[in-house]
Design a protein around this ligand. Structure first.
Ligand SMILES: *[C@@H]1O[C@H](CO)[C@@H](O)[C@H](O)[C@H]1NC(C)=O
Ligand SMILES: *[C@@H]1O[C@H](CO)[C@@H](O)[C@H](O)[C@H]1NC(C)=O
Ligand SMILES: *[C@@H]1O[C@H](CO)[C@@H](O)[C@H](O)[C@H]1NC(C)=O
Ligand SMILES: *[C@@H]1O[C@H](CO)[C@@H](O)[C@H](O)[C@H]1NC(C)=O
Ligand SMILES: *[C@@H]1O[C@H](CO)[C@@H](O)[C@H](O)[C@H]1NC(C)=O
Ligand SMILES: *[C@@H]1O[C@H](CO)[C@@H](O)[C@H](O)[C@H]1NC(C)=O
Ligand SMILES: *[C@@H]1O[C@H](CO)[C@@H](O)[C@H](O)[C@H]1NC(C)=O
Ligand SMILES: *[C@@H]1O[C@H](CO)[C@@H](O)[C@H](O)[C@H]1NC(C)=O
Ligand SMILES: *[C@@H]1O[C@H](CO)[C@@H](O)[C@H](O)[C@H]1NC(C)=O
Length: 796
């Protein structure tokens, strides 16, 4: 008893004073903590979410958020409930956690320490180490060797060559439960790559192999100064470790409960973690994220829904956004009672795994096969192949454009009325869609009532379907032209309710009415503050028109390329435009259901609203025109200065083509003239090569600025934009940043490296061959040659 009292006395003194150490004669309990010397990290009991479970963990003290950001958990599978009775203390040289019943529930579990000289120290890198005072400084145990879900700088994630086992970074089970979740990250030493797995088996992501500088799937790494990764291998183990170049940057990798590996950076200004990067890019690429019979959809929250006729297996889990427990049938199927069984069609991105192939010749036989097999859950019949699933359906991702159709067995009475088998082709997934349908119907009815006096104009989804004659009147027979482009001319119009609109008359649309309506209604669902809103359309025979919100400040080119002082954009506005357009493009490239490549980024397509908020116009239109882009190209006018080289080389064009055009536009935002425009001082020159030069030699960056601005701009911002622009116009698509990364750089979350000189620019300087995006397809190359010699001399 006396011994216990002594213990109590000793730890209250030493641990409450912010010590970084637990000694052999001390224990930690209640709200006591230890704090690393530089006060970066703190160790103690914490509560996970709103649950009543407590754990011993380490969290950031300096980068403090509420609730604290946990980086390591000791007893992740064995929570305690009373922190004032539980204690963490040394027993025979091991750090042991005793719960409220004095039962040991976690231990460092090492066998080779002397009894009393061992101490536990929390270091400033977040590592808890056990040191045997009498022996070497090498720790006898360290938390870095037992990773949970966070990989901190200085720690490693290794493959042990003696046990042939990988260390795993494993997700928490949910935000309220740090137990081992389904998703893990591990190293494959032979290929030097990290992979993500579901439930220890199914791989769903790889970093690509390490080439000495970057992981091949993550080319963004080259652009930024943040991390210094190194690969180390010896006879015992192989691993990567990393450090942060700038010691003041606080950063971490986590295997998130979403199954995505995330890289986060602390923003002191807002006291928040900023998501810098996450892989796989979209939630629905995470294997089986929605569990059995759950369908993932990339648009809208929550990501998961149960299939029609199914409900969450655990409502409690689903309420916590923990979807992996999946769904079950609302009504169990009664084997043999085929009258009560229906099949519901679901459009999925790809058929789920673990199917069995059945040799039958028709969809009907395939269906009968599944119907008569009590264990069969679903079938599909495509390309004359019948597949059936006797297992739970996993990894379903909603996609009603490009996917496959599978037919799921459900109890007939669980189908909403409009989904009975007659209607099967119109089937949609889940009850949420059902609600949306009803809502849409109500809106439709209301709208119809309001519009009844017009007699003609109707709603289609969120879009107004106009009658040609109405638009003809609104635009005074297409008399006030606002602009033109690759897809047709734009006219100002005033509708009957006196709202002002921009009406685009499309040319060279090869699609039929039905396909056109379907594409247009897709475009109509795309809404973002930096995208011009489509409000309606007209499709009558060969007349195809689109109706957009009117933008009172016109297009960017009218401000940039005109000498007038009164509509000059100051630097702050220009920077805002660069950032806004980056955000609009991130939305198109990554946040929509299908990735949309704009294909025609240029100042003409950037419109400014009354507050000079930039809005991207004409997105989604490339889809309306012929899929044969070479034909589209010839109809693009005034776009040559923005085309990525791959447009002309014939390889499939990706979102990185937009990045290229965006980069070209950034140069013009700085310069205030067309990149390739002839100017007084040099007969004609190529501005990007000038920028590359000034950056390379560390010259006067403001000398590049539009002279009308009189050097009134932030050097830091101009430098940043110039660097980003050079990265964007790299020849290799992989070297160009994603728009997401561009956005983060412009927001100041991420620093940007010095770019390599773009090859197109180098070619230009070397005076070897004309660069593709600068030559007029039909005319001779003479002007190109001129400008090359000129800029070469100006750079010398
Ligand atoms: C606890 O142990 C440390 C060394 O491990 C020693 O310096 C200290 O005096 C001890 N305290 C008590 C109260 O025994
Ligand atoms: C720690 O717990 C004790 C006892 O419940 C309480 O008096 C004290 O205020 C707590 N300290 C902090 C910092 O919460
Ligand atoms: C926890 O509970 C508080 C209040 O009871 C509530 O405001 C908060 O949203 C809850 N947090 C979570 C993650 O459920
Ligand atoms: C400690 O190791 C033993 C066997 O080596 C194992 O059975 C036990 O689960 C381990 N305990 C902890 C808390 O890791
Ligand atoms: C994960 O795999 C184990 C077998 O390795 C299996 O028993 C378990 O059901 C799987 N979990 C899920 C959610 O499918
Ligand atoms: C990157 O890390 C390695 C290994 O820790 C080190 O040798 C190298 O100097 C670091 N590079 C830079 C530029 O800091
Ligand atoms: C791993 O260990 C084996 C022997 O167990 C050895 O042959 C091999 O070279 C080791 N691998 C590395 C990368 O050192
Ligand atoms: C590998 O492990 C053995 C035994 O633990 C040790 O003696 C040796 O130094 C280790 N090799 C390296 C390169 O760390
Ligand atoms: C889940 O959330 C819904 C709506 O918020 C609520 O009605 C239901 O009771 C919750 N279920 C459980 C088990 O928490």
């Amino acid at each position: 008893m006396g011994f216990l009292l002594l213990l109590c006395f000793s730890f209250t003194i030493s641990l409450s004073s912010g010590a970084d150490t637990i000694s052999a004669n001390q224990s930690l309990s209640g709200n006591q903590t230890i704090i690393s010397k530089g006060e970066n990290f703190e160790l103690g009991f914490f509560r996970a979410g709103n649950s009543s479970n407590y754990y011993i963990g380490i969290w950031y003290k300096k980068a403090y958020s509420n609730p604290p950001t946990i980086v390591w958990v000791a007893n992740r599978e064995t929570p305690i409930s009373d922190i004032f009775i539980s204690e963490l203390k040394f027993v025979n040289g091991n750090l042991v956690l005793f719960n409220e019943y004095k039962v040991p529930i976690w231990s460092t579990n090492i066998t080779t320490t002397s009894l009393n000289s061992v101490i536990a120290v929390l270091l400033d890198d977040g590592n808890l180490v056990l040191r045997d005072g009498s022996k070497s400084v090498e720790p006898v145990w360290q938390s870095f060797d037992h990773p949970v879900h966070t990989w901190l700088p200085g720690a490693k994630l290794a493959y042990d060559n003696r046990t042939k086992k990988s260390q795993l970074l494993t997700s928490w089970r949910s935000n309220e439960d740090p137990g081992v979740g389904l998703f893990s990250l591990e190293l494959i030493p032979s290929t030097k790559e990290y992979i993500s797995k579901w439930n220890g088996s199914q791989q769903y992501w790889t970093s690509g192999s390490w080439n000495g500088q970057i992981f091949s799937i993550v080319p963004e790494m080259r652009l930024t100064y943040i991390y210094n990764f190194s690969f180390i291998t010896n006879e015992n183990e192989s691993y990567f470790t990393y450090s942060v170049y700038n010691p003041s940057v606080i950063s971490r990798f986590v295997m998130d409960v979403s199954g995505q590996v995330q890289q986060l950076t602390w923003l002191e200004a807002t006291k928040q973690w900023n998501l810098f990067w996450s892989q796989p890019k979209t939630q629905c690429q995470v294997y089986a994220f929605c569990g059995a019979f759950g369908a993932c959809r990339q648009t809208g929250l929550p990501f998961c829904k149960c299939l029609t006729g199914f409900k969450p297996k655990s409502e409690n889990d689903w309420n916590q956004s923990l979807f992996s427990s999946g769904c079950v049938r609302i009504t169990d199927l009664e084997c043999g009672n085929n009258k009560e069984i229906s099949f519901v069609a679901v459009e999925v991105a790809k058929v789920p795994p673990n199917s069995v192939s059945v040799a039958v010749g028709s969809g009907g036989e395939c269906r009968t096969n599944c119907l008569n097999n009590c264990r069969c859950n679903a079938y599909s019949f495509e390309d004359n192949r019948c597949l059936v699933w006797d297992v739970e359906l996993l990894d379903l991702s909603e996609d009603n454009v490009n996917g496959a159709t599978i037919y799921i067995k459900v109890a007939s009475k669980d189908l909403p009325p409009q989904l009975h088998e007659k209607n099967i082709l119109g089937a949609v997934i889940g009850s949420v869609a059902g609600v949306a349908f009803v809502l849409g119907l109500i809106l439709f009815v209301i709208y119809r009532k309001k519009r009844i006096s017009d007699g003609k104009t109707t709603m289609e989804g969120s879009l107004v379907s106009f009658v040609y004659r109405d638009l003809q009147i609104a635009t005074k027979n297409f008399s006030e032209k606002l602009g033109g482009g690759g897809f047709g001319s734009v006219f100002k119009g005033v509708l009957r309710d006196s709202s002002v609109v921009a009406v685009k008359k499309l040319e060279s649309i090869s699609q039929g009415d039905k396909q056109f309506r379907s594409e247009v209604s897709t475009i109509g669902t795309i809404q973002h503050v930096n995208l011009v809103r489509l409000c309606g359309f007209c499709a009558q025979g060969s007349s195809k028109l689109l109706v957009y919100d009117y933008m009172p400040n016109g297009s960017l080119d009218s401000h940039l390329f005109h000498e007038k002082q009164d509509n000059l954009l100051n630097w702050k506005t220009r920077y805002g435009i660069a950032l806004g357009i980056a955000r609009g493009l991130v939305y198109l490239h990554e946040k929509c259901r299908d990735c949309i490549i704009h294909c025609d980024i240029k100042p003409e397509n950037i419109l400014l609203d009354a507050d000079f908020c930039p809005k991207l116009a004409d997105f989604g239109l490339a889809k309306l025109v012929d899929r044969d882009f070479s034909r589209v190209l010839t109809t693009f006018r005034g776009t040559k200065g923005y085309l990525a080289p791959e447009w002309l080389s014939g390889v499939p064009v990706t979102a990185k083509a937009d990045v290229f055009s965006y980069g070209m536009m950034l140069f013009e935002l700085v310069y205030g003239k067309r990149n390739a425009e002839q100017s007084d001082e040099s007969k004609s020159r190529f501005f990007p090569s000038l920028v590359a030069n000034v950056l390379m030699v560390g010259g006067d960056i403001l000398s590049l600025l539009d002279n009308r601005l009189n050097r009134e701009a932030s050097v830091e911002q101009v430098t940043k934009i110039c660097k980003v622009a050079c990265w964007c116009i790299q020849d290799e698509e992989d070297s160009r940043p994603s728009m997401n990364l561009v956005e983060q750089i412009l927001e100041g979350v991420v620093d940007v490296n010095m770019p390599p000189v773009p090859r197109s620019v180098t070619l230009f300087l070397d005076n070897t061959e004309p660069i593709v995006f600068f030559t007029e397809p039909s005319s001779s190359n003479s002007s190109g040659d001129d400008s090359q010699s000129k800029s070469a001399s100006s750079s010398g």
